[in-house]
Design a protein. Structure first.
Length: 443
């Protein structure tokens, strides 16, 4: 078939050339007649070459189309499913995970003046492996929250919301013991509850159309974790509250940097937060920074690593340092701006600095072994103990808390009837720039 096509192509090409030759007439026509045999052979060969090259071009186009059909924009050309199930590392097999938002340090800072030196660039290159792990976790967070934003709606139970989110995270992060997995329980605190609420087994709480829900979760690779949160609401009357907190968080990110004083960062956050108002049921409320909630530094397997980033003005002269990772999170409230412990506890975490403590209870020993195996020094919740196969563990858990090995973190609430909102990002103070690791198209 190919030979026939070539002959036809050659013949048509020859015919076209003969017509052109006859049309030219005169001396050119005579010259064409003298060299007719040789010319027609050459033209046929040229026609065959043209036809062959045209066939190759068509084949190449088909190949490109086939490759494009399975391309998601990732380096490996693998397309993410809906709902997402393919691990992030399979979408980027070369390890070139998306870089977060790059921000320069303030122009008048020492960090910015030295950012482009060869020494700083060398330090940056030396940390690429740890950067890649953080970026992988950040991409997992982005893809999971995009899926959550597509399905979360009024009428869903809080347990269903959390378990679907956590199952997706486990798949995308390719959960592998303490090497990769969830960094802490999914927070889904409602209304006046600002933080540390996740449903325990049997909780029948349902998300309402007038609720303000803070979705806060994290994932990690080798302990390098991403802590990021946003606020879900369905009633537009809460827009001013949510926008105030979003603006305050972005202000904290802008003010953060190498040598930045934590107290000054908190002052800038409070100024922006409390410049906003929200009208609810005919009454106007100033949006207040919740002064006993803070951002924090992050280290491997240590979510609250020692430094606190206040969201109100303070005299804290502690400085941020090069190479540090911070969760910049702000909380706004229509209430008093102070939270207290309330409701049933669901969040727990082994004390990072706890040494060996002798335990008499066999049940407590067995539970501690389970915690060490599954969570280490990362936070966990009762649902995760249930999932790990633990039963009748509350007595052993209380024993671990009383001995100081495990700390409990009950829900933190403002006064009843108030509403709270939260936004949070994880940032990295690199030698050459500031990277907002968890930044996405949504916030």
């Amino acid at each position: 078939k190919k030979k026939k096509k070539k002959k036809k192509a050659g013949a048509s090409a020859s015919g076209e050339n003969d017509e052109e030759a006859s049309a030219s007439g005169g001396v050119e026509g005579a010259a064409a007649c003298v060299t007719g045999d040789a010319g027609s052979d050459n033209e046929a060969e040229d026609g065959e070459d043209q036809a062959s090259s045209a066939t190759k071009k068509k084949k190449r186009k088909k190949k490109k189309k086939a490759a494009g059909e399975g391309d998601s924009g990732a380096a490996g050309g693998v397309k993410q499913t809906n709902p997402p199930t393919i691990p992030i590392k399979d979408l980027f097999p070369a390890g070139d995970f998306p870089v977060g938002e790059i921000m320069q340090y303030k122009d008048d800072s020492m960090a910015q003046r030295h950012a482009n030196t060869e020494e700083k660039r060398a330090l940056d290159r030396a940390s690429e492996e740890s950067y890649a792990e953080l970026r992988l976790a950040a991409e997992c967070h982005r893809q999971t929250r995009k899926y959550v934003q597509s399905y979360i709606k009024p009428g869903m139970s809080m347990i269903d919301i959390c378990e679907r989110l956590e199952d997706t995270n486990r798949k995308l992060i390719a959960e592998n013991g303490l090497k990769a997995g969830l960094a802490f329980p999914t927070g889904c605190s409602l209304n006046n509850c600002a933080a540390h609420y996740t449903p325990n087994a049997g909780d029948t709480t349902v998300l309402g159309a007038d609720d303000v829900c803070k979705v806060d979760y994290g994932v990690h690779i080798n302990g390098r974790l991403i802590d990021c949160a946003w606020t879900v609401h369905f009633n537009p009357r809460y827009d001013p509250l949510v926008e105030a907190v979003r603006a305050a968080t972005n202000t904290g990110i802008r003010e953060a940097g190498i040598d930045a004083r934590l107290g000054e960062v908190g002052e800038a956050i409070q100024e922006v937060m409390e410049s906003h108002e929200v009208e609810l049921d005919g009454k106007t409320y100033q949006v207040k920074s919740i002064r006993n909630l803070n951002g924090h530094s992050i280290e491997p397997y240590h979510i609250h690593a020692g430094k606190s980033v206040p969201i109100t003005k303070s005299n804290d002269q502690t400085r941020m340092e090069e190479g540090e990772c911070f969760a910049i999170e702000t909380f706004g409230s229509t209430g008093r701006g102070i939270v207290h412990e309330d409701m049933e506890c669901s969040h727990y975490m082994k004390d990072y600095d706890a040494g060996h403590v002798p335990l008499r209870s066999a049940r407590a020993k067995q539970l501690l072994h389970c915690i060490n195996q599954n969570f280490g020094t990362l936070a966990f919740c009762r649902r995760w103990l249930d999932r790990a196969g633990q039963t009748k563990y509350l007595g052993g858990l209380r024993n671990l808390i009383d001995s100081g090995l495990v700390q409990e973190y009950p829900p933190l609430c403002d006064i009843k009837g108030s509403y709270t909102a939260q936004f949070e990002h994880t940032i990295l103070l690199r030698p050459t720039c500031k990277e907002v690791l968890s930044r996405g198209d949504d916030y």
